[in-house]
Structure formats: C-alpha cells, structure tokens
Design a protein around this ligand. Structure first.
Ligand code: ADP
Ligand code: ADP
Ligand code: ZN
Length: 214
C-alpha cells in the first residue's frame, strides 16, 4: 500500500503516518525527518536545506525529489510505504508519478488531514519533538508520560525552531500557495481521501483505517 499524507503543517500528518506505518508494517518516510537528520549530522544536504527550513520556505524540488525516488526503491518499501511531507509541490508530485510509472506502480491513496488555519498555530506552539527518534507530542493533547522526555527512547523533547509562531505563519502561506494545489491534483486522479483532522488522534486514525481497510 502506497500512501501520501497531505495537510497543512501541524495538521497531524506525522502523528497519523507513524500509526499507519506501525499498523500496516510499512516504512514511514518523512522528508522533514530526513532533512533534520542531515542537519544534525552536518551534511552538505543538511546545510543547504537548513537555509530554507529556518525561513519557513520549501527546500528546492531538486534537493528532495531524487532522495525520495531512491528511498522508495529500497527493499523495505516492497510492500508499500507512507510518505509524510512529500510531495509538497506539483512538480514533486509529477516527478514521483513519473518515477513510479517507470517502476510499473502508482500511489494508492492521498490522505488529506484537514485542519483549519486557526487551529494550526496553537497546535504547533504545543508540539514537542524528540531530538533523537523524531517522535512528536503535544503538551496538552498528546503529552509524554514524563514532561520533556520521549516515551519511546528517553531523549529530550524540544520545540522546533520553525514551530515558533512567526515561522508557522509563513509556513501556512507557503502551504496554501504551493502544497494545497495537490488536493486537486490527487482528487483528479481519484485517489484523494479527506479526514477531519480536528478530531482526536484515535478518531482520526479510525477514519483512516476505514479508508485503507483493516
Ligand atoms: P511540517 O509537517 O510540520 O510542516 P516537516 O517536518 O514536514 O514539517 O518539514 C519541515 C520543513 O522541511 C519544511 O518547512 C520545508 O522547509 C522542508 N521540507 C520537508 N519536506 C519537503 C519537501 N517535500 N519539499 C520541500 N521542502 C520540504
Ligand atoms: P504534521 O506532521 O502534519 O506537521 P504532527 O503530526 O507533528 O503534524 O502534529 C502537530 C502537533 O499536533 C503535534 O504536537 C501533535 O502531537 C499534535 N497532534 C497531532 N494530531 C493531533 C490531534 N488529532 N489532536 C490534537 N493534537 C494533535
Ligand atoms: Zn525519542
């Protein structure tokens, strides 16, 4: 099963993508996590990506497309995968489709996690992310067992630099201008499914499993 997660920054794509990955036994591929790992490891890609990420802008398509197209051809993707944070522009979506067509396959579902803008800033300011494993929490809605500590790996939780309100506003503008058109793109292909992302985490996941099947 090949799944794409769509939705505004902070809509809950990552949260749901991790649950889908666990439930269906397929890898969760987050381009944001890949960039953050590269930044942490001081790679050339990380250095380039950071310039854009810090400003709330998208990293240029040419820095992300090949990376994802290579990743989805790894052995662990044979049964499918859930893409989180990619594609984010029409050219990225077209490049993915072209690559998958060459491989004789296609995306099965694009799941749009729908959350209005007014909920987003609050969600993002409460988001805490693990410095080691990328797990995310919310200080009110999805708190860790012990404040400031990751349930999964025991590392420290932080507020991401780009989750500060001024950058979130920019990211939302970028989302509407560059990413939201993908809703029509996948709708036109007949594979778009929308879920109400304002519900609680388990209720959203329930909507998703009823789309994907058990
Ligand atoms: P969120 O889901 O909270 O918006 P992500 O972790 O998916 O955040 O992405 C963080 C940042 O990484 C984005 O704001 C953008 O700068 C960059 N990024 C991630 N994926 C892509 C992509 N597919 N294309 C361009 N930039 C990306
Ligand atoms: P995205 O990957 O779309 O940027 P995340 O999955 O990181 O979004 O979620 C953004 C924030 O909202 C996190 O703090 C997360 O714990 C929280 N969150 C995710 N889903 C829900 C939900 N259904 N209700 C309330 N908070 C949520
Ligand atoms: Zn962790």
């Amino acid at each position: 099963m090949k799944i794409i997660m769509l939705g505004a920054p902070g809509a809950g794509k990552g949260t749901q993508a991790k649950k889908i990955a666990d439930n269906y036994g397929i890898p969760h591929i987050s381009t944001g996590d890949i960039f953050r790992a590269n930044i942490k490891n001081g790679t050339e890609l990380g250095r380039k990506a950071k310039e854009y990420m810090d400003q709330g802008l998208l990293v240029p398509d040419e820095l992300v497309v090949d990376l994802v197209v290579d990743r989805v051809q790894k052995d662990d993707c044979a049964k499918g995968y859930v893409l989180d944070g990619f594609p984010r522009t029409i050219p990225q979506a077209e490049a993915l489709d072209a690559a998958l067509t060459t491989l004789g396959t296609a995306v099965d579902y694009a799941i749009d996690v729908d959350v209005p803008d007014e909920n987003i800033v609050r969600r993002m300011s409460g988001r805490r992310a693990c410095v080691s494993c990328g797990a995310t929490y919310h200080i009110e809605h999805i708190p860790p067992v012990q404040e400031g500590i990751c349930d999964r790996c025991g590392s420290t939780l932080i507020l991401r630099d780009d989750d500060k309100p001024e950058t979130v506003t920019r990211r939302l503008e970028v989302y509407h201008a560059q990413t939201q058109p993908l809703i029509d793109y996948y709708s036109g292909k007949g594979i778009l499914r929308a879920v109400d992302g304002t519900k609680d985490m388990e209720a959203v996941f329930h909507e998703i499993t009823s789309i994907l099947g058990a």
